[in-house]
Design a protein around this ligand. Structure first.
Ligand SMILES: Cc1cc2nc3c(=O)[nH]c(=O)nc-3n(C[C@H](O)[C@H](O)[C@H](O)COP(=O)(O)O)c2cc1C
Length: 306
């Protein structure tokens, strides 16, 4: 699969997730076979001003190529300036047209842009000097799905190289199931690659997404938390029809590796991540509780090795 001229080894993408799609976690997901990883969303103002916080968000993980950086903002010219400031640091710029968080939408960013076609057009008009491909990640609408195909067409006409669709409106947040029918309608209307997103927790979920929507790839968010091996599982399942689910030692092994990669990261972020690995085996609940009280990565390592 290609995004513009960028060749990807597969269509299994890790979703951008604020506080979770960190460089150490993306590195682990790549090792488990993710075809593309994207940074957490970065405010275009922070990117333009080279705010120190941005540096951590946009740092490429080891061997992470291609790498996409996601930006959010509300003003087309500011988004374009941010993209220009970041284009030397990544292979793809992704624009956030899906974030439902009030603090973002009240400023006119994220999913609020879905109701403003002129602004969407304006973003692409302002991006014409960018040399790397631009992609968009959208929800189906802000409050209603009615205009989703029209918005997707606008994004394609603007020059996006690919589109990821999370099959919910912003108002839905995570309630109800992702609407695969709506994603399918968008896929049918476009000729650029469309990536289906929403509720993929197993390889069978990915298969359902691909079969029901005809999408070119899938993006996994929550399903990768504590389980970066989902990318390997999907590859195995599509190749062999079966896959190996990590047992306790597999999960702990991934956690220890994550902790190695996350040296120096803020402990609150490491702890939140680490807790996700303690799932699906006997004693996991107790381990998770202990992890949430840990004061250092060393302490988490000791808890995991017990
Ligand atoms: C903790 C968290 C943080 C997220 N942050 C972002 C973000 O920065 N940018 C974005 O486009 N979507 C973000 N999302 C949405 C996910 O990328 C994804 O679209 C959504 O979770 C649905 O996919 P899933 O069902 O596989 O989790 C976030 C989701 C979660 C759970």
């Amino acid at each position: 699969m290609h995004i513009g001229r960028i060749r990807l080894k597969n269509g299994f993408f890790l979703a951008p997730m604020a506080n979770f799609s960190t460089a150490p976690f993306r590195r682990l997901c790549r090792e488990h076979g993710a075809g593309l990883t994207t940074s957490e969303m970065v405010s275009c103002e922070a990117a333009i001003h080279e705010n120190w916080k941005t540096e951590r968000l946009v740092a490429r993980a080891r061997n992470e190529k291609p790498f996409a950086i996601q930006v959010f903002g509300s003003e087309p010219k500011r988004i374009a300036l941010a993209a220009e400031a970041l284009e030397k640091r990544c292979e793809i710029i992704d624009i956030n047209l899906g974030c439902p968080m009030h603090r973002i939408t009240e400023q006119g960013g994220g999913a609020a842009l879905l109701g403003k076609p002129a602004k969407i057009r304006g973003i692409f008009d302002a991006l014409t000097t960018l040399k790397i491909p631009v992609t968009v990640k959208m929800r189906l609408g802000f409050a209603t799905k009615a205009g989703c195909v029209g918005i997707a067409r606008l994004i394609e006409q603007g020059g996006a190289a690919a589109l990821t669709v999370h099959g919910r409106t912003a108002k839905q947040n995570y309630s109800e199931k992702a609407d695969l029918g709506a994603i399918c309608r968008i896929k049918k209307a476009l000729s650029i690659p469309v990536i289906g997103n929403g509720d993929i927790f197993t390889p069978e979920d990915a298969e359902r997404m691909l079969k029901k929507t005809g999408c070119d790839g899938v993006m996994v968010g929550r399903g990768a938390l504590g389980n970066p091996s989902i990318f390997r599982q999907m590859a195995e399942y599509f190749r062999d029809g079966e896959y190996v689910i990590p047992d306790r030692s597999g999960r702990i092994g991934m956690l220890l590796r994550f902790l190695d990669y996350a040296r120096g990261a803020p402990i609150a972020v490491t702890r939140a991540h680490a807790a996700y690995f303690a799932k699906g085996f006997e004693g996991a609940v107790g381990m998770r509780r202990k992890i949430m009280k840990a004061k250092s990565a060393g302490e988490i390592r000791k808890i995991a090795r017990l």
